[in-house]
Write a protein that binds this ligand. Structure first.
Ligand code: PBG
Length: 336
């Protein structure tokens, strides 16, 4: 005889009409009815290459991530490719900077040299993407060039983005990640690429990029020189509707992929954009999101692997087709 499960021994009087738990009873049932699955091909690994270092340099605020040399960059790319990762997003850290970010459009600048190395290493097996922004290359650390009053000059910056775009396309990037949040940047870069015959080079528009505190660790990763903030060009975290407006503008200007960034704090914006976008939607799980999980895991406060998996799954569930995450290679390895 089965023991009664109530303390009184009475038979239960409430009998639910719906029993969703039925489908959660075994791992096989849960697997069968799972609405979303992670796959290595949907992941993009952001990578940093730094000029003038002899060995990979750890990034303290991003445990496990490094600034690469050209050699270690190639190895990381091969490792990601072998794990089945879908793409790489490259950031360059130059040795010298100036007011207009000359190094960004120099064919021999570290970012373009890194792109060439990646294209040679992985060929067409992995999608090679380039961050297209001036902040790593300017001495003031802003994403554009400055006007005499010290503000970021939108239209003068577009000219620099066009020059960067041509250098990156020539270096072999498949997709250009426009992350500067200047008005009209997608149309400007598209026209420049087409005018130079790079019709096959695509644009990943960081459409809804918020002025976020969660980029903190990234500032160390690229040795950022910024002293102020980016609130005059990146979105206000208070604004949901405006994220959709930015994505709509980028689509009209010819974006091939639209992106929301950061990811975890902006899943509502991501869901809005995903519901309306006719092109693939990406989300960037940024450095601060990475650092928080790593820090909590290092303290033993969180199950690292479960938290990483759940966080990326949540971003996919909200509507991202593609997720940029510093865990891409490791996570892809778990998914095999
Ligand atoms: C700008 C850029 C930033 C990040 C990606 N591209 C920094 C910023 O806008 O301040 C942040 C990425 C991260 O935090 O992981 N080039």
């Amino acid at each position: 005889m089965t023991a009664p499960t109530t303390t009184s021994g009475r038979a239960p009087t409430r009998r639910p009409a719906e029993r969703p738990r039925r489908l959660r009873a075994t791992p096989a049932l849960r697997r069968l009815v799972s609405e979303h699955r992670l796959h290595p091909a949907d992941l993009v690994l952001p990578v940093f290459v730094r000029e003038g270092i002899a060995a990979p340099t750890p990034i303290a605020a991003m445990p496990g991530a490094v600034q690469h040399t050209l050699d270690s960059l190639r190895r990381a790319a091969t490792e990601a490719a072998e794990a089945g990762v879908g793409g790489l997003m490259l950031f360059g850290v130059p040795a010298t900077r100036d007011a207009v970010g000359s190094g960004a459009s120099d064919p021999d600048g570290i970012l373009n040299a890194g792109l060439r190395a990646l294209a040679a290493e992985v060929g067409d097996a992995v999608v090679v993407m380039a961050d297209l922004c001036l902040d790593e290359f300017t001495d003031h650390g802003h994403c554009g060039v400055l006007d005499p009053a010290g503000g970021v000059d939108n239209d003068a910056t577009l000219v620099r983005y066009e020059e960067m775009a041509l250098a990156q396309a020539e270096a072999g990037a498949h997709l250009l990640g426009l992350s500067g949040m200047m008005d009209g940047q997608v149309a400007a870069v598209r026209a420049a690429l087409d005018g130079a015959g790079h019709v096959g080079t695509g644009i990943v528009a960081y459409s809804a990029k918020y002025a976020s505190a969660f980029y903190g660790p990234f500032r160390e990763a690229v040795d950022s020189t910024l002293t102020g903030d980016r609130k005059s060009y990146q979105l206000d975290p208070a604004n949901r509707r405006e994220g959709l407006r930015e994505a709509t503008l980028d689509l009209a200007e010819g974006a091939d992929v639209v992106m929301v960034k950061p990811a975890m704090g902006y899943l509502d914006v991501l869901a809005d954009v995903a519901a309306r976008s006719p092109v693939p939607v990406a989300a960037y799980q940024v450095s601060g999101e990475y650092a928080m999980v790593e820090a909590a895991a290092a303290q033993g406060w969180i199950d690292r692997r479960a938290a990483i998996t759940e966080s990326v799954l949540g971003i996919r569930r909200a509507g991202a087709d593609v997720v940029l995450t510093y865990w891409a290679t490791e996570l892809a390895g778990w998914l095999r």
